[in-house]
Design a protein around this ligand. Structure first.
Ligand code: FES
Length: 72
């Protein structure tokens, strides 16, 4: 079974672990999950559009069938 997972965040979560700060991927695109690897930079120009990223990292814009939580 496949699923589409919606990620609205465009950057990592900074988490303090002892005296160290680590960055957990919030965009869903990292190749080194759960850690951020900087791939989120691809999302910075998304604005309000919705995109699908394939396994090669190609971005495909599509018409949303799902209303995002912009009013949260
Ligand atoms: S937040 Fe996902 S790669 Fe940085």
């Amino acid at each position: 079974m496949s699923r589409l997972v919606l990620h609205e965040r465009k950057g990592p979560y900074a988490v303090k672990v002892g005296s160290e700060e680590i960055h957990i991927c919030g965009c869903g695109l990292s190749g080194n999950k759960p850690f951020c690897d900087g791939t989120h930079k691809k999302t910075l120009d998304e604005k309000d559009d919705m995109f699908y990223y394939d396994e090669a990292g190609n971005r495909i814009k599509f018409a949303p069938f799902y209303r995002t939580s912009e009013k949260r």
